[in-house]
Design a protein around this ligand. Structure first.
Ligand code: HEM
Length: 409
């Protein structure tokens, strides 16, 4: 049960200057410990060893307030630590509203339900290939968690299956671009992906011009909607939306699946509990999202100076809004640092792992559906599943998930 007590927040302003560097190996290895220190000692933390400078918000109250206050915490300059000009969904209303409406029509909970039979068949195929591995051991990341969302989104977009690995490579390099270590790789991948996608959009435009039927997929839907709009979308805007759908849903859903299975297997009594009580699957998924958010935080940019928890943040400052830290704040959650399967499902859904407000994730229902179907199949087929060594973390500092998950049964 969650509560909104004082939770030990007795200071009104930061009292200590702490050494917090989100790119350091210690923070990358254990972001939750670093977030705890931030909340307790310096909830509004200015990080000056990055260009541009940025501030981090770590308390639940501040994170939620920032996500609600879109006038001051703008999305105009991108979701990462660098500055990117506003385009399509990376923007504020009224511009954002137009693009969000287009996305909302395709990503409804009903649309996720309609996809269930396809996702179930795909999960069966992937899990069967896992169970056929010699020696009863496999990498669950490579054989299930990674391909599942990539294939689902590729099918939704209407991208052929043999493009799957290329898509995954494009998508990963966009996310690694947020680390700003290999901008050339990001640029090259974006160029290749853009050429491919715009070519697909143009094929649909030609079919529309010829009065021919379009393939039944998301690229067709968006192309049609964009052309019939009073204010038609430019190529750059179409591309931005398609890329965000592609990149936003892949590694995040993979991380949800790896984080969930990893936590359940870390203490096998949890795995056994879910095996014996499959009705706990939804609670396990939400608790995994709360405890191990695939996206630790994203950025906003302040439009004017603003005071949070007693500290002034300058105007025009990049601000990292830490959903992960909000999810572990004792002011909002009881016993936040324990992974528990006895939490109330409705209370749990208050976690901020899909964001909040205008930019809240439109793919939440889809990723929950994929994960639910995958976990159900795993507990059915592998009740004796165990970890087979330590998994490795994905690299991007803003994300939290595994790039390997060795298991045996
Ligand atoms: C576990 C899986 C996922 C997680 C943890 C996640 C997380 C998030 C978060 C935190 C945001 C908020 C961004 C902000 O506040 O600026 C977001 C937005 C978004 N997500 Fe997801 N996401 C997931 C899956 C997906 C999927 C499957 C798709 C699509 C196929 C998707 C597409 C998007 C898009 C297009 C936005 C931008 C919405 C906007 O700015 O209005 N996500 N996601």
């Amino acid at each position: 049960m969650a509560y909104y007590g004082d939770g030990g927040h007795f200071m009104s302003s930061p009292v200590e200057d702490i050494q917090y560097n989100p790119f350091s190996p210690e923070v990358l290895a254990d972001p939750a410990a670093a977030h705890k220190e931030l909340r307790e000692k310096c909830p509004v933390h200015a990080f000056r060893e990055h260009q541009p400078f940025f501030t981090s918000l770590s308390r639940h109250e501040d994170v939620l307030a920032a996500l609600k206050n879109i006038d001051v915490f703008s999305s105009q300059w991108g979701q990462g630590p660098g500055r990117k000009p506003a385009i399509a969904l990376f923007s504020d209303p009224p511009n954002h509203t137009k693009f969000r409406r287009l996305v909302n029509t395709s990503f409804t909970p009903r649309a996720a339900m309609v996809l269930e039979p396809m996702i179930t068949a795909l999960v069966e195929e992937l899990v069967n290939s896992m169970s056929a591995q010699p020696g009863n051991r496999a990498d669950l990341h490579d054989l299930l968690a990674m391909p599942l969302p990539v294939i689902v989104i590729a099918r939704m977009l209407g991208v052929p299956e043999d493009m799957r690995d290329t898509f995954k490579e494009w998508s990963d390099s966009q996310l690694q671009g947020m680390n700003m270590v290999d901008p050339e790789r990001e640029i090259a991948a974006r160029r290749a992906m853009s050429e491919y996608l715009i070519n697909e959009v143009n094929k649909r435009r030609d079919l529309i011009a010829l009065g021919r039927d379009l393939p039944n997929d998301l690229i067709s839907e968006l192309t049609q909607a964009a052309m019939s709009h009073d204010d038609p979308l430019s190529d750059a805007e179409m591309l931005s939306m398609l890329v965000q759908i592609l990149v936003g849903g892949n590694e995040t859903t993979t991380s949800l699946i790896t984080n969930l299975v990893w936590r359940l297997l870390q203490d096998r009594s949890r795995w056994n509990e879910v095996v014996n009580n499959p009705e706990l699957i939804d609670v396990a998924i939400e608790e995994s999202l709360r405890f191990d958010p695939p996206v630790l935080g994203l950025y906003r940019t302040t439009t004017c100076p603003v005071t949070m928890s007693g500290t002034e943040i300058p105007g025009d400052e990049k601000v990292m809004v830490l959903y992960a830290s909000a999810n572990r704040d004792p002011a909002a959650w009881e016993d936040p640092d324990t992974f528990r399967l006895d939490r109330d499902l409705n209370q749990l859904r208050r976690h901020l792992s899909f964001g909040f407000g205008l930019h809240v994730c439109p793919g939440a229902a889809l990723s929950r559906t994929e994960t639910r179907i995958a976990l159900r199949k795993l507990i059915e087929l592998f009740p004796t599943l165990e970890l087979d060594g330590e998994p490795e973390r994905i690299e991007t500092f803003l994300l939290w998930g595994k790039r390997t998950l060795p298991v045996k049964w």
